[in-house]
Design a protein around this ligand. Structure first.
Ligand code: ADP
Ligand code: ASP
Ligand code: MG
Length: 410
């Protein structure tokens, strides 16, 4: 007997035909005693369509005043797919029940649209499994201490699945998606991207944070926390995919880096002409933190030594831009900054790999690839296992391919 959590993403359940195919596949692979929990995302683009609906009310629906209502709206997407999948199992002759995030005891904080899972009490899931049901769970959602729905950030069904697998001590956690594993770059952008057999939590977390949307970063953190291997594989064939785990168990081809990640959902904010004195950076970034806006790359430059003023430039997620602009305009007035500029035609391209620690040549190889392609670097940031460059958004595809070729062509 095995207890298995399987997660199916939006493209895997985009139509009722695909939902029936998912149910058929699960039943054909299920051994009689297996206990199966299926976590699903909303059908196809339905989360995006719900956001578009909200934009019909206000062009900028991610304002703090609306965030609770955004969650009320967005959680409906997953409710559609869980009910249909449970009906599909029943039609094929197997008992099944659908449960929302609140019903599976997924407790979150109250940070609407970016909620974090605080704890899970899956007793209802165990009860339903014991009755012989396949349990179909709505991904991407939990409930806070008031019982209000909270979503877990875009792509959050991955986090629901891994957290549930961890809390239930499942034997396996499988993430079914529209690619057959994790590649050295997004295979939609880089034709020659290489599929990996394995990747460590640490490297996958860095890839995910830097934009590799195949796994949501928090889901990888959760996998690490519970030490549960995550098998990422295709919904549409039965090839072995990529396993995310603590350490490598087999030899893989040696390359200096593991992969190239990119992120187009980035915006740049520049606050020009701020006094170069203690407390200014704190004022700016604490105001953003209070509004739950995460800041990524930060650069402070000495612009004018005589007048002792500097410019502070940073990047944020594009969806946070309208709220951030409100916050920053207010702070800028407070600190007497000259100008606030925002730019949306920017993107971040990054290389990731634990092997780059202490290899200075790796970063320069990346910069060389960009230079050869005639791509200008706006901001550079590094971590122990990654190097990221902010570039023009319109040059992103070219940049990812140029860097990938540099590191992965034999
Ligand atoms: P789902 O709806 O199943 O959650 P997502 O669209 O969130 O699927 O994630 C799968 C997509 O992730 C792929 O279609 C692919 O374009 C993208 N992706 C980005 N980086 C990578 C990578 N390094 N390896 C594989 N897929 C990647
Ligand atoms: N439906 C949600 C989204 O589109 C969650 C997910 O797909 O994982 O972001
Ligand atoms: Mg996803």
């Amino acid at each position: 007997m095995a207890l298995v959590v399987k997660k199916f993403g939006g493209s895997s359940v985009a139509t009722t035909k695909k939902i029936l195919a998912v149910a058929e596949r699960i039943l054909s692979e299920k051994k009689p005693d297996d206990k199966i929990v299926v976590v699903v995302s909303a059908m196809g683009d339905s989360t995006d369509n719900l956001i578009t609906l909200a934009e019909g009310i206000d062009k900028h629906p991610y304002k703090s005043a609306y965030l609770r209502e955004m969650d009320m709206l967005l959680t409906t997407g997953e409710q559609v797919s869980i009910s249909l999948l449970a009906m599909a199992f029943q039609k094929l002759g197997h008992p099944a029940i659908s449960l929302t995030g609140a019903m599976v005891g997924m407790k979150t904080d109250s940070v609407h649209t970016k909620g974090r899972i605080l704890n899970i009490n899956p007793s209802r899931v165990f009860e339903e499994l014991d009755k012989g049901n396949i349990v179909v769970v709505a991904g991407f959602q939990g409930a806070d201490k008031f019982g209000d729905p909270v979503t877990l950030g875009r792509g959050g069904s991955d986090a629901s699945a891994v957290a549930l697998a961890g809390a239930m001590k499942a034997d396996e956690c499988e993430i079914f998606t529209d690619v057959d594993g994790i590649y050295s770059a997004d295979p939609r952008i880089v034709k020659g991207a290489r599929k990996m057999k394995e990747i460590t939590y640490r490297e996958m977390l860095e890839m995910a944070r830097l934009g590799a949307g195949v796994m949501q970063p928090r889901s990888v953190e959760m996998g690490y926390y519970f030490n549960i291997p995550i098998h990422v594989r295709s919904t549409f064939n039965d090839k072995v995919g990529t396993v995310i785990r603590e350490d490598y168990t087999m030899e893989d081809n040696y390359f200096e880096i593991r992969g190239v990640a990119h992120d187009q959902k980035v915006a740049k904010v520049a606050i020009l002409g701020v006094d170069n004195q203690p407390g200014i950076a704190h004022k700016i970034f604490s105001a953003l933190a209070k509004a739950n806006i995460s800041v990524d790359m930060i650069v402070q430059s000495i612009r004018n030594l005589e007048r002792n003023i500097t410019d502070i430039v940073f990047t944020i997620e594009q969806t946070d831009l309208s709220e951030a602009k409100k916050v920053i305009d207010k702070v800028a007035e407070d600190i007497n900054a000259t100008t606030v500029l925002v730019e949306e035609d920017v993107a971040k391209v990054s290389i990731v790999g634990a092997g780059m620690v202490g290899s200075p040549g790796v970063a320069s190889k990346m910069f060389g690839a960009l230079a050869k392609a005639g791509i200008n670097i706006d901001i550079i940031s590094t971590s122990e296992i990654s190097v990221s460059c902010l570039i023009k958004g319109s040059q992103l595809t070219e940049a990812v391919n140029a860097i990938h070729d540099e590191f992965f062509s034999e």
